[in-house]
Design a binder for this molecule. Structure first.
Ligand SMILES: [Mg+2]
Ligand SMILES: [Zn+2]
Length: 184
């Protein structure tokens, strides 16, 4: 069976600018420079892109599902404008107190993506800016990539990254490095 080409991305701090005050509305959802173009580049190389994102702002009552849907509508529209397609968005609406199985560092969302796309985790990179993104990926045997946008620099400085973590300046650099690697 040919390897299914899928890349799993965190959202805040990877695709769009992050905020300690949460991204609560479409207005606050602002793409990072080159991020959507990086997704387009991955798509052009045959990769499907899925998102796994913690959105505890819902569980905290900071915004509702309508707002999250509106943010994602904006994201999909802006992506389409540069020829990028995000195929699926998996989100965890819970807070830590909910003790769910989907909030990263728990690997629940990645498991769902593995089942939905019938992928081999060993051939499916996950990209994030926080330690918990990397921990979730490493727990299932995904190659894990840290970008230095969002919380990435803090994450790198804090150390304790899963073994084998590969570091990139941003999603654009990830796409270029990763695609150069797989085409060798
Ligand atoms: Mg993030
Ligand atoms: Zn959850």
């Amino acid at each position: 069976m040919p390897i299914k080409k899928v890349v799993i991305l965190d959202r805040d701090g990877v695709i769009n600018a992050d905020s300690d005050a949460f991204i609560k509305s479409p207005d606050e959802w602002v793409a990072l420079p080159g991020a959507l173009e990086a997704i387009a580049r991955l798509n052009q190389a045959g990769y499907r892109v899925a998102i796994a994102t913690n959105q505890s702002g819902i569980g905290r009552g900071l915004f509702d599902m309508d707002a999250l849907n509106a943010m994602h509508l904006k994201m999909h529209r802006m992506a389409a404008a540069v020829g990028a397609r995000i195929e699926a968005v998996f989100f965890c609406p819970h807070t830590a107190e909910d003790h769910c199985e989907c909030r990263k560092p728990k690997p629940g969302m990645l498991k769902m993506i593995t089942e939905r796309f019938e992928i081999d985790p060993a051939h499916t990179p996950t990209v994030g800016d926080s330690l918990r993104d990397l921990q979730a990926g490493a727990a299932l045997g995904h190659p894990v990539h840290l970008v230095l946008t969002g919380k990435g620099r803090k994450t790198l400085a804090a150390g304790g990254l899963p073994e084998g973590t590969i570091v990139h300046d941003d999603l654009r650099a990830f796409a270029l490095d990763f695609l150069a690697d797989v085409q060798e």
